[in-house]
Design a protein around this ligand. Structure first.
Ligand code: ASP
Ligand code: MG
Length: 595
């Protein structure tokens, strides 16, 4: 008999009618012969209300007490859910995170799961119960209650599905599934039938809003098929598995993070340990840094720009100010009126011209791009907050995301059915026992020494410049890999790209031609660079990971020339002569996490 985990979000248990209807869903699966574990969130906006209440008595509530308070929301729902099932004539037992044995670290309000015991849940299931588990909470080694961060019930559900080797983890929510972009923002968004973990990781972190990113990391790490569906309608929903909806599609989703802030640090001394000294204190405050763009160093000084969540701008500035002063630099223009718009697609890793299409569409719409970063499967731009919605709509339209692609899978659920019949992977389960579940997993540390860099300086910052440059590259059939761009206080921008080394000469010629047509622009090429890559799961949510990378490189005296990060990779560019040494340093630093 297989196990299914069903998770109901706050809106799906917002009142007693909804709780009864969720209870019926659990009972239906039970009647079909499955063992059912139900994970619930706090009812409706209960968590928000509890947070407000806390702030009424204390502006800065101790985080331990915050967890004590917030965990009560889920405790209410599990009890009611168990009562509802009982009233319908079936056996149910509710359990708190502590009762299940969800062990976490002690970072209150953003704890990470270390291990989950399965004995009690399994025993209750074998006795014929539906088990109702409180989402979002755990206990640390002192038996103190912890919570996993807002939206953390998804993570509880997928983690439980992993340790119980459930056939699927069903996420019941107030939307019909995963859309090409958030349909509350863009009504023309289309429901995707199938999304790959990697795309979903990028989308989830981009504020696509459907699921907690850490739950997708679990899904990918432990191969749990996740089925997102509506608790209110019978729409089949979307499945999140290994493969994408359309193999080869360049863009499969778009997203916007509205509330971003950009920090610019100017004139800082570019030493091997510079990045470490700047980002470590920020990471220690658990502020998540998103886009990072480093300008080309000149006379040993560099400009560094990065984004953080809007509400963490003040704390970020306070944290970096002393370091920036020590490094002889200053804090430049900072803005909390910026938003990030991104496109994601597994297929863009192998295609020309995706960036060009995005930049051109934005330029035709008259939208200025303030910053660009890319990863293998994502391109992000920072735009004025007032233009963010229009920017999102523009790229959604450009890549025709509202239309079902011709070669889309017709029945994504067959993949699920196949997985249902798989043999229990004993080694996965034994691997899970005693493993630090949310620990970092590194797939690979790589060196790519077959690329070159081209940097444009002093570009006019206005709509159309990026489009013009990238259209020249794509006409020249030059494959652009990394792209980073930032705008300075004087409204001029710096743009660096990497290209295959065997195309360096042609690329530089193209760059000089476009550069020549842009007043004031400079073009510099560097043939011998090395790109170092750390690929794995949980990179971005483990702020410490980039730090480990910066530290390892700093210790062997290597300065960074370009950085780009995504959910599944961190890339840095260093001088070509130190690529090997950098690779060795990173292999050593990540030896423990390499799987
Ligand atoms: N109740 C928590 C929250 O509102 C956890 C969750 O809903 O997943 O963030
Ligand atoms: Mg939620």
């Amino acid at each position: 008999m297989g196990i299914v985990v069903q998770k109901f979000g706050g809106t799906s248990v917002a009142n007693s009618q909804l709780i009864l209807s969720a209870a019926r869903k659990a009972i239906r699966a039970h009647q079909e012969g499955q063992q059912v574990v139900v994970v619930v969130s706090a009812m409706g906006k209960n968590t928000d209300h509890l947070i407000e209440l806390a702030h009424e008595v204390n502006e800065n509530p101790p985080t331990r007490e915050m967890d004590m308070l917030l965990s009560t929301g889920e405790q209410v729902s599990v009890a009611l859910m168990a009562m509802a099932i009982d009233s319908l004539g079936y056996k149910a037992v509710s359990l708190t995170g502590g009762q299940i044995g969800i062990r976490t670290d002690s970072s209150h309000t953003k704890a990470r799961i270390k291990s989950i015991s399965t004995e009690r849940v399994k025993k209750l299931l074998d006795e014929g119960n539906i088990v109702i588990a409180a989402g979002f909470q755990g206990i640390d080694e002192n038996f103190d209650i912890t919570t996993l961060g807002r939206g953390g019930s998804d993570t509880t559900a997928v983690a439980l599905a992993a340790v119980l080797d459930a056939e699927t983890c069903e996420i019941y929510t107030d939307v019909d599934g995963v859309y090409t972009t958030d349909p509350r923002i863009l009504p023309e968004a289309r429901l995707a039938r199938k999304v790959s973990y990697d795309e979903m990781l990028e989308l989830a972190s981009l504020g696509a809003g459907v699921m907690h990113s850490r739950s997708i990391e679990f899904g990918k790490k432990f191969d749990v098929p996740i089925h997102v569906r509506s608790s209110l309608s019978d729409v089949p929903g979307s499945v999140i598995v290994n493969e994408p909806e359309v193999v080869g599609a360049v863009v499969s989703g778009a997203a916007m993070t509205k509330d971003e802030a950009r920090v610019t640090l100017r004139g800082i001394d570019n030493q091997p340990e510079t990045m470490l000294r700047i980002f470590e204190p920020i990471a220690n405050k658990k502020i998540s840094v998103d886009m990072i763009v480093q300008g080309t160093p000149s006379k040993g000084r560099t400009t560094l720009a990065f984004t953080v969540p809007r509400n963490e701008l003040a704390l970020t500035l306070k944290t970096v100010r002393p370091v920036v002063e020590q490094l002889g630099g200053e804090i430049g223009e900072c803005s909390d009126q910026v938003s990030k718009v991104s496109v994601v697609g597994l297929g863009m890793a192998e295609q020309y011209g995706v960036a060009e299409r995005m930049f051109r569409a934005l330029s035709i719409a008259g939208i200025n791009i303030q910053m660009i970063t890319t990863s293998e499967i994502k391109i992000s731009v920072l735009v004025d907050r007032n233009e963010s919605l229009r920017a999102l709509r523009t790229v959604h339209e450009e890549f025709k995301l509202h239309q079902l692609p011709e070669n889309a899978v017709t029945d994504p659920f067959t993949t699920l059915a196949k997985r249902r019949s798989r043999v229990a992977p004993v080694e996965v389960i034994s691997r899970l026992q005693g493993v630090d579940m949310e620990g970092l997993t590194i797939d690979d540390v790589l060196l790519d020494d077959q690329q070159s860099r081209i940097t444009f300086g002093n570009l006019p910052c206005q709509p159309g410049v990026a489009a013009q440059i990238f259209s020249a590259f794509s006409q020249g059939r030059i494959f652009v890999d990394m792209i980073v761009q930032n705008t300075d206080d004087q409204n001029r921008s710096d743009l660096s790209i990497t290209v295959p080394r065997n195309q360096f000469r042609e690329a530089l010629a193209v760059a000089n031609t476009v550069g020549g047509s842009l007043p004031g622009a400079t073009v510099v090429g560097k043939e011998e660079i090395a790109k170092l890559v750390v690929a794995g799961i949980g990179l971005r949510s483990h702020t410490g990971m980039a730090i480990t990378m910066f530290r390892a490189l700093a210790e062997c005296g290597i300065s960074l020339e370009m950085i780009s990060t995504s959910e599944v990779r961190v890339n840095v560019v260093v001088d070509g002569s130190v690529g090997r040494a950098g690779l060795d340093a990173l292999r050593t630093a990540f030896a423990k996490a390499l799987r």
